[in-house]
Design a protein. Structure first.
Length: 520
């Protein structure tokens, strides 16, 4: 089965041309029934909108809003804390629950779409963006479930095409359109600039918007994007398949010993020993060298070393051909290679994908997977779901033509989604868009050494990448580096494929003492 993302109404259809600012083109009938169309609906200029937005009506009055498609406002209420936020809850037919959070008296004139994570299923935090001055909107992506639960897409009679389409595409565009409409009704004018901000599936959602609705956002911030889900989700089961086939469910403290050793071996290559491997792709540590090492949970064996090699290498076919990437040296094994009581504990994202999206059988037992079986399911995942969940179309010409800017970043110690997939996609974009120089005029990729999935790890994560994106969109100042922080440590994150190296002078905790080495 194949589903195409909904393209939205004609007035919001993708266009390769047009002004940079996404002005909300809404007919007066959208809010006529509520009696709230007295204010003009034309786009406001940067001078009279950014930093000067105050509401023209009460928060509670927004419950009277009516939409032609039957969307209803289910509640509208203000918080009592400072800054005061007006939270508006909406139900979009058939089952998309969304929230718009509007700062009362402190609107900066901008709109922010807020991404979710995992398989979504709940509305993300929109109040934080509102506290920062944005009118912000997010949705549950069309279903209610835990973000690690994949079962909502399945039923005994088949896969639920409508829910899947909502999750992949429709909820994003509907939330954007409805969110901007509510913003306009509250402040009496449209947002001057619109931004998407998300990580993991939220990063995928941003790229979905760039690819399918290129005029929805002026700037898109996509961290560790969950693109290529038809590949990375089955690949997330690979560590468990390896341990099962080798009959060696490695306990966590042995994996910890491996990471301690690999960090010690490859840490100093950037000129400083700080517990971070700057470029794990070039780390050639051989785990066989640890055979015989005693750990609190046993002595490391040759079989343990073989498990580590196969996990780092990533899934392959029985004949040795590569299927996808593994986690890079230094990334935690705990997410994908968890064990307990002598058995494997797959991440629910992977086990749910196999159970409900591939096998389509709630009784599926992952222990039955051999390398050959794994390859069969991997191929099925690509064939059936690649066109649906891949979200990796490299042709961003419509987004570029509309003046959009894309800021990508990915942690090199990501323990769930291998950063190599994002790098691969960016290289494909570079090829499709006419080379690196032309691509970097509107899309840039930054890698974060030592940073895990969206956050965490020993490395420094981007401190405020959205601010860098705003400067790029509104002032034309493209970021050459991103400032990253982790406690007292700061680092510059370099544009792919450059790596930050210590210049030999001053504090090793200060980003000012590092330089990007390699092509910038």
């Amino acid at each position: 089965m194949k589903w195409k993302p909904s393209a939205g109404s004609a007035e919001h259809a993708p266009s390769p041309r047009g002004p940079v600012r996404r002005r909300l083109a809404i007919s007066g009938s959208l809010i006529l029934a509520a009696g709230l169309c007295a204010m003009p609906v034309h786009g406001a200029s940067a001078a009279d909108t950014v930093g000067s937005g105050r509401p023209v009506r009460s928060c509670e009055s927004l419950t009277a809003l009516r939409f032609p498609d039957g969307t209803t406002v289910t509640s509208a209420s203000q918080t009592t804390a400072t800054p005061v936020i007006c939270n508006v809850e909406l139900l979009v037919p058939q089952n998309i629950h969304m929230r718009v959070s509007l700062p009362v008296g402190t609107w900066n004139g901008r709109f922010q779409g807020v991404g979710g994570g995992g398989f979504d299923g709940s509305i993300p935090d929109t109040e934080s963006a509102a506290k920062a001055g944005y009118a912000a909107a997010g949705s549950d992506s069309g279903h209610t479930a835990d973000s690690s639960d994949a079962s909502w897409a399945w039923s005994p009679t088949g896969m639920n095409a409508s829910l899947i389409n909502d999750f992949i595409s429709r909820a994003l565009h509907e939330t954007t359109v409805k969110g901007k409409a509510v913003t306009q009704a509250f402040y009496g004018k449209s947002p001057t600039y619109s931004y998407w901000n998300g990580c993991s599936n939220g990063g995928r959602e941003g790229l979905q918007e760039a690819q399918v609705q290129p005029r929805d956002y002026d700037g898109i911030l996509a961290g560790a994007p969950a693109i290529q889900a038809d590949r990375f989700l089955p690949a997330a089961m690979w560590p468990q398949v390896v341990m099962h086939e080798l009959d060696d469910f490695v306990p966590s403290c042995k994996f910890d010993a491996v990471n301690k050793a690999v960090t010690a071996a490859c840490d100093s290559r950037d000129g400083v020993t700080d517990g971070v491997i700057a470029d794990p792709r070039t780390c050639r540590f051989n785990p066989t060298s640890l055979v015989g090492t005693v750990t609190p949970c046993g002595t490391i064996t040759a079989k343990d070393a073989a498990v580590v090699k196969k996990i780092w290498d990533g899934p392959r076919r029985p004949d040795g051909r590569r299927l996808w990437y593994g986690i890079l040296p230094g990334a935690s094994f705990a997410r994908l290679a968890a064990t307990a009581n002598g058995d494997g504990v797959p991440t629910p994202l992977a086990s749910g994908w196999f159970t409900y999206w591939l096998a389509k059988d709630p009784s599926f037992d992952w222990h039955r997977l051999t390398t050959a079986d794994f390859t069969h399911y991997f191929d099925r995942s690509r064939q059936e779901w690649g066109p649906v969940v891949g979200t990796d179309d490299p042709d961003l010409s419509a987004f570029r033509g509309a003046g959009g800017k894309l800021l990508l970043w990915h942690g090199l110690a990501d323990q769930l989604i291998p950063s190599q997939g994002t790098i691969r996609y960016y290289e494909q974009v570079t090829a499709a868009m006419g080379g690196r120089a032309k691509t970097e005029q509107f899309a840039r990729l930054f890698t974060a050494p030592g940073v895990g999935h969206c956050r965490g790890g020993s490395g420094a994560a981007p401190a405020d990448p959205l601010a860098a994106l705003v400067k790029w969109v509104e002032h034309g100042k493209a970021p050459s580096t991103l400032r990253a922080e982790n406690g007292p440590m700061s680092r510059p994150l370099c544009r792919w494929p450059a790596v930050a190296r210590y210049d030999g002078h001053g504090s090793t905790n200060d980003a000012a003492n590092f330089r990007c080495s390699g092509r910038q």
